[in-house]
Design a protein around this ligand. Structure first.
Ligand code: HEM
Length: 492
């Protein structure tokens, strides 16, 4: 046998043994049912990585709402439907609050920062970030004022293109990203600023690669893919450039920091580092700051701007819904002052429409992977500590037991018979429980203020027949985005 063939055989035997050992370690547990896996590849041959969530929904018709699937050798418990997701994340909140090890993200962040960390590190960073992101204002302005200003700039940017077909993608991502820049760096950028445009290009392409089937393959077989060429290499290069940008911003902040009046998230983090410098258990240090800031950009920019873009597509597809929202804005806010958060409770139609946009768009269909923090008993099964868990948000936002017509866009899902706004437990686009989105409050404020300010000042129409518009998503492994489209803007 040649050396090469010998090596291949040895690698296969080692992989098989590794797999059998991993499988064996699951035997003493009463794992949820699932399709029979093959050595090394697990259930990969039975899945379509372009739309995993659809495969999981299909498989769960056979195996039930709690099932085990092997992604490569990675044992993964998939939760399907509102009841199972809610029960896990609310009633077993601590056990399901771990963040899974995602090799591509782990390589980028080295385990630092809020999004990927666990245990004491995660607790400290989460508490700090929630407090700092909350809406009682940082620096001279409240977050609401920053968003209102950004929404005005966005209206002006759209007006420059009045009457001609335009793709809203970059206007929206610049506005959304500027809100995070305001909070994190204490400044916004002009939409044409070269550095800013470069930064957004990097975030956008990092997000696309990170959610693609290729990166999913990297996540399953990192030891092999690490040495092969492919788009994942570009992901790591892009993120390196983003890190340099953020590190420069941190250095600038250090030079003119005034500890008694922090201007933004970075200032607040620097103050915290200083306050806790004598504490050996403190997680407030440079790496956690750098990666938490990176997390806010990566988690906050694409999600919010994709939702706004999906919303505009739905509003040009259904102009009568756009008109109803505009009528409500005219009667409750008028045209002479900017919409504010306190207007929301008087605007059930607008509120319901924004909720329905988020439900229908379902932009994080699989959720961000969790893991069990200890051996866990759940619905008669026992799930070992460290098992990856996917509490599928798609299965909640489209659960037929929770919504009258889950597959169509219908704001009345959130209105009662008196046309008052009606809360729904299964509205979980931000997930739920201890690990739920840390930017939910900010994102909801952005969605309300951006949509209302845009529709107060502008109307959006399709280029052709609205009936022809395809609102089905372009799906990737971990994301759903609207298909590319153009619209026409008119001042009102
Ligand atoms: C429409 C917009 C958004 C959606 C749909 C969304 C959705 C999500 C989801 C589904 C998760 C995972 C929750 C889980 O693991 O159970 C998450 C986590 C997170 N999101 Fe958001 N998000 C949005 C906007 C934002 C914004 C604006 C920010 C920050 C400024 C942000 C920051 C984060 C962070 C830091 C985490 C990780 C939390 C943790 O691991 O403890 N998100 N988001």
């Amino acid at each position: 046998m040649g050396l090469f063939a010998g090596l291949v055989l040895a690698t296969c035997v080692a992989a098989l043994l590794f797999f059998l050992i991993r499988r064996d370690s699951g035997k003493k547990y009463n794992l949820p049912p699932g399709p029979t896996p093959l050595p090394v590849i697990g259930n990969v041959h039975q899945l379509d990585f372009k739309c995993l969530f659809k495969c999981f929904v299909k498989l769960s018709e056979r195996y039930g709402p709690v099932m085990t699937v092997y992604l490569g050798s990675q044992r993964t418990v998939v939760l399907n439907g509102f009841e199972a997701v809610w029960e896990a994340l609310q009633d077993h909140a601590d056990e399901f609050a771990g963040r899974a090890h995602i090799p591509a993200i782990a390589r980028i962040t080295e385990g630092y920062g809020l999004l990927v960390s666990n245990g004491e590190r995660w607790k400290q960073l989460r508490r700090f970030s929630l407090t700092t992101l909350r809406n009682y204002g940082m620096g001279k302005r409240s977050i609401e004022e920053w968003i209102q200003e950004e929404a005005r700039n966005l209206v002006e940017e759209f007006r420059k293109n009045e009457g001609s077909p335009c793709d809203p993608t970059f206007f929206l991502s610049r506005a959304v990203s500027n809100v995070i820049c305001s909070m994190v760096f204490g400044e916004r950028f002009e939409y044409q600023d070269k550095n800013f445009v470069r930064l957004l290009g990097l975030i956008n392409s990092a997000f696309q690669i990170a959610t693609s089937p290729w990166t999913q393959l990297y996540n399953m077989f990192p030891r092999v893919l690490r040495y092969l060429p492919g788009p994942h290499k570009r992901l790591f290069e892009n993120v390196e450039e983003l890190k340099v940008f953020i590190a420069d911003m941190i250095e600038k902040h250090k030079q003119d920091l005034e500890p008694h009046s922090p201007r933004d998230y970075i200032d607040s983090f620097l103050v915290k580092i200083h306050e806790e410098k004598e504490s050996p258990s403190s997680e407030f240090h440079h790496k956690n700051m750098l990666y938490s800031v990176l997390n806010l950009f990566l988690a906050g920019t694409e999600t919010t701007s994709t939702t706004l873009r999906y919303g505009l597509l739905l509003l040009i597809k259904y102009p009568h819904i756009q008109d109803r929202v505009q009528q409500e804005i005219d009667s409750e806010v008028g045209r002479d002052r900017p919409p504010a958060m306190e207007d929301r409770r008087k605007m059930p139609i607008t509120d319901a429409t924004i909720h329905e946009i988020q439900r229908f768009a379902d932009i994080v269909p699989l959720n961000v992977p969790h893991k069990t923090t200890r051996d866990t008993s759940f619905r008669g099964y026992s799930i070992p500590e460290g098992t990856v868990v996917l509490p599928m948000l798609h299965s909640v936002l489209y659960d037929e037991t929770q919504w009258d017509s889950p597959n169509s866009f219908n704001p009345t899902n959130f209105l009662d018979e008196n046309s008052s706004f009606q809360k729904k437990n299964a509205f979980l686009p931000f997930s739920t429980g201890k690990r739920s989105c840390a930017g939910e409050g900010l994102a909801r404020m952005e969605l309300f203020l951006f949509f209302t300010t845009l529709l107060q000042n502008l109307s959006f129409r399709s280029l052709g027949d609205p009936g022809e518009i395809d609102v089905t998503p372009k799906v990737s492994t971990f994301s759903k985005v609207p298909r590319p489209f153009e619209l026409v803007v008119r001042s009102r």
